[in-house]
Design a protein around this ligand. Structure first.
Ligand SMILES: NC(=O)c1ccc[n+]([C@@H]2O[C@H](COP(=O)([O-])OP(=O)(O)OC[C@H]3O[C@@H](n4cnc5c(N)ncnc54)[C@H](O)[C@@H]3O)[C@@H](O)[C@H]2O)c1
Length: 443
């Protein structure tokens, strides 16, 4: 990992930025269609920190509040070019209509641009996503040939679209659960050998990530499967000098958990149980109906409370916490997920209380601005020479990647402070500690 000097020498965001996504489904088409609509002035980028966020610089007395996009050099929305791969041949307009997230009346206003975005043939293996059958797949056989085909796709995309820089964001289906244990995950040398010998435990998402890094393309993983989250891939990212981030976009129920749990913990409120259940009817819900894919998601969702609440440090408050997460595939709801949380809390003198959260959310509406921010921030990292795991982007993930010697930070507000201080650091601005004693005592 590279430690950057501050202020960093950041290359300009000139020219076009390609955003390539394996998986042109609900999330990616909502991101693409949304961005096209926003740049035509048809709608607003609500939920995007890069487009709507601002932060404070210097002391409170200085009254310097700047928009994030004015503070750091980010690619302009007008300069984004979209592309991707899928196992279905639908163009982005057709896929967005099928996803049923954005009203067709809005999609129709950007139909020519959306229809012109056609998927490239995917690298797919059914054993990793058992609920899907895809026909629009590459004929290349073997890991090395498939990687080469993906690398060629990236090069063609750059050439055809006159794109200067590219980032890749995995918006594909959740693959089955795999533990990052064993030599192929632990060492790049063994991973390379496993690629040579077509080791069957290497999932397609690993091939996409490998291809991206070999093309110097930053990579973020929006799903909970491994993809880049193991030692061999951290080594590859360092070797190729590429930023990586992940994993699993933080939306819906987990977003709520990482907002609420730090609040309870801050006030030393105890929690005996947190039961979370969901109904979800989109293709993601169908994929997660397979127990092996659900296991990947479950592990990602369960880790959050453990780290925030630290039961080993506070056994009286959280030692007996019973945490359960359920996802039920229920087609009538489509992308409009409904989540219920029952939280059994306890206060002064052990008196029990209950909190019920009923979140009627729109899954992809919450995920799309995350894709946009990640694309712009990963490109910024790359231009600033920041390689390897970008922990400062934890804010966007359910299961944030971090240096293996560290524990991840899940608290949304701690993540936000880290992100903002990273931007200040990049621009050579003073970091904000919130100490503030100097407002009261002379130094
Ligand atoms: N709020 C959210 O929607 C949210 C939150 C967190 C994570 N995620 C994750 O993001 C991913 C995308 O979610 P979605 O709702 O768009 O799902 P989706 O099912 O609508 O889209 C996924 C697409 O990936 C395609 N695909 C599967 N394997 C592929 C491969 N090997 N190569 C290329 N394409 C492939 C599928 O055909 C599908 O079109 C899922 O893994 C999901 O778990 C979504």
């Amino acid at each position: 990992m590279v430690v950057i000097d501050s202020p960093a020498k950041i290359e300009e965001a000139s020219g076009r930025l390609g955003v390539l996504m394996p998986g042109l489904g609900a999330v990616s088409t909502t991101f693409i269609a949304g961005t096209l609509a926003i740049r035509k002035g048809l709608s607003r980028p609500i939920g995007s920190l890069t487009q709507m966020g601002s932060l404070r610089l210097g002391k409170r007395t200085e009254k310097r509040e700047v928009d994030i996009k004015d503070l750091v050099p980010l690619a302009n929305l007008d300069d984004l070019v979209f592309g991707g791969w899928d196992i279905f041949e639908d163009n982005c307009y057709e896929a967005a209509v099928k996803a049923g997230v954005i009203d067709v009346s809005l999609l129709d206003q950007i139909k020519p641009e959306l229809s012109s975005i056609k998927p490239m043939k995917a690298v797919f293996e059914k054993k990793f996503v058992k609920k899907l059958d895809g026909t629009y797949t590459k004929s290349a056989k073997g890991h090395r040939k498939r990687i080469e085909a993906l690398r060629q796709d990236i090069r063609n995309f750059k050439k055809e679209n006159k794109v200067d820089r590219v980032v890749m964001i995995w918006c594909g289906s959740t693959e089955i659960y795999q533990e990052p244990r064993g030599s192929i995950y632990e060492s790049l040398e063994f991973l390379e050998k496993a690629l040579d010998s077509d080791n069957p435990s290497i999932a397609p998402s690993i091939l996409y990530a490998y291809a991206a890094m070999k093309e110097s393309v930053p990579y973020a993983n929006g799903a909970p499967n491994l993809s880049v989250d193991f030692d061999a891939m951290y080594s590859l990212a360092s070797q190729e000098g590429v930023p990586i981030a992940g994993k699993d976009f933080k939306t819906g129920q987990t977003l709520m958990k990482t907002i609420l749990a730090p609040g309870f913990k801050a006030r030393m409120i105890g929690i005996d149980g947190w039961f979370s259940t969901n109904i979800l009817g989109n293709r993601d819900g169908e994929v997660l109906d397979d127990p092996d894919s659900f296991k990947t998601k479950e592990v990602s969702k369960l880790g959050v409370l453990e780290q925030i609440l630290e039961p080993e440090k506070y056994p009286e408050l959280y030692g007996d916490l019973y945490h359960k997460v359920r996802i039920n595939y229920y087609p009538p709801r489509g992308d409009n997920k409904e989540g219920w949380d029952n939280i059994d809390i306890k206060g002064w003198l052990d008196y029990p209380m209950q909190i019920k959260v009923n979140f009627l959310c729109r899954d992809s509406i919450l995920a799309a601005p995350i894709v946009l921010d990640l694309a712009l921030f990963l490109d910024l990292s790359n231009r600033a020479g920041m390689h390897g795991i970008q922990e400062w982007l934890s804010f966007y993930f359910k299961s944030p990647m971090c240096n293996p010697d560290l524990y991840p930070i899940h608290d949304l507000f701690a993540q936000k402070a880290k992100l903002e201080n990273t931007l200040r650091h990049l621009m050579g601005e003073t970091l904000i500690t919130h100490l503030g004693l100097d407002y009261y005592y002379e130094e």
